[in-house]
Design a protein around this ligand. Structure first.
Ligand code: FEO
Length: 402
């Protein structure tokens, strides 16, 4: 890869990680990821963010193709999670910057992760402006979008928003711009990223989008720290509209049935539940939790507002992947959903009740009683699960219509 100029004297100098499959334990990243960093050459040369520590050499190689790293005057740390700051200690040693800028909470994170003794750190507050020559940079705090220290940097004259994690996608590819990919591929990656990382902060997303709109900030380019860059008016509108849509979580007439079977009985019930959705004309996706990661359930919820979870009962509880799925989902706080539960058992049969209570605790509408059956489902059990799917589908359609 080579550095890429996104506007005059503004360069992408980050790194593509084709290997990563576990995106810092938030989600799977089956298509890898990128760590974007940006270099701006003006009277002051400024580096916005760095990369994961293991990509230090790539970052330096890209910077060196544009300028001597020692000519970097300022480093801006929009967020201190190590995928953006891991290379920072070595970059500081190499560049000897005049100043390092971060948010107030950024300083707290930075001093916890690194030995910053002697670093020329300067805290910038929300709305602070920095002149770097012919350009001015405005820093906007975006607390809990998605960490307490998160901020974005806006290059006023160029109308470029360096948005850090916001608007990111886990994609590894040689292309650097959204207009070089299909919107279908891009949207899939955006959904996976949003639903596994940003979803709990949806209220902040809507607040931030409103704030940007109220400030009347013209934006030509959105340059996130993961994935591709949005540089056309159509793509800037596309990513903003997509985020608004993700954050609003309006009911969508699709369903997901996620299940974990021990000896095959719960899998049969899952198919029967899916048939019930089919009877009502609601498209339904089946996810086997034994072979799929819990982040795939969250990604599927980007298109679906009904979720029915089934698990065999083991030692009076749902099976382990089902519990992981529920715990993961609880933290991600999906809204406006309809739910249900089912499962087989050999001894007792608590799993459906435990699942139903967990979903109700997450404020899911629960229009039907959980269904449980002994060991190998018979016709009555399968019919009961088919009715479960149909009744949840009917409730979902009513919710969508309302
Ligand atoms: Fe991309 Fe919050 O780190």
């Amino acid at each position: 890869m080579r550095p890429v100029e996104l506007k005059k004297d503004i360069y992408w100098v980050g790194a593509v990680d084709y290997s990563i499959r576990d995106f810092h334990h938030y989600s799977r990243s089956p298509e890898g990821s990128t760590y974007n960093a940006y270099l701006v050459k003006d009277e002051k040369t400024v580096l916005f963010d760095t990369v994961d520590a293991h990509k230090y050499d790539e970052l330096v190689k890209h910077i060196t193709e544009i300028t001597d790293p020692e000519s970097i005057d300022y480093i801006v740390c929009n967020h201190l999670e190590p995928d953006h700051s891991g290379a920072l200690p070595r970059i500081v040693r190499l560049c000897k910057p005049e100043k390092i800028f971060c948010s107030p909470m950024g300083l707290k994170s930075m001093s916890s992760i690194y030995d910053i003794d002697g670093w020329p750190v300067e805290v910038v507050k929300d709305g602070s402006r920095l002149n770097i020559g012919s350009r001015n940079v405005t820093f906007l705090e975006t607390r809990m979008l998605h960490w307490p220290d998160s901020m974005v940097s806006y290059l006023e004259e160029d109308r470029v928003l360096i948005s850090n994690d916001a608007f990111g996608q886990n994609i590894s590819c040689p292309e650097r711009f959204a207009d070089e990919l299909s919107h279908e591929k891009l949207l899939d990656a955006m959904k996976g990223y949003y639903y596994n990382i940003v979803l709990p902060y949806s209220a902040n997303v809507l607040k931030t989008l409103k704030r940007v709109s109220d400030l009347g900030l013209p934006i030509d380019v959105i340059a996130p720290d993961h994935g591709v860059i949005f540089r056309t008016p159509e793509d800037v509108a596309f990513v903003i509209d997509s985020y608004r849509c993700f954050a609003e979580q309006k009911p969508m007439p699709r369903a997901v049935v996620a299940y974990e079977s021990m000896w095959g009985g719960t899998a049969k019930l899952a198919s029967a539940v899916a048939d019930g959705f089919d009877d009502e004309g609601v498209p339904c996706t089946l996810i086997n939790l034994l072979t799929s990661h819990c982040s795939e359930v969250m990604t599927a919820l980007a298109d679906a507002s009904a979720l029915v979870i089934g698990s065999a009962t083991r030692n009076n509880m749902p099976m382990a992947n089902t519990m992981a799925c529920l715990a993961n989902m609880k933290g991600l706080r999906p809204l406006n959903r309809v739910g249900g539960a089912f499962g087989t058992y050999g001894w007792s049969g608590e799993a459906p009740k435990v699942i139903a209570e967990a979903l109700a605790d997450m404020k899911f509408d629960m229009p039907a009683e959980p269904v449980k059956c002994y060991f190998n489902p018979g016709k009555e059990d399968l019919d009961a699960c088919r009715r479960l799917g149909s009744s949840i589908a009917a409730a979902l359609k009513a919710k969508c219509a309302g």
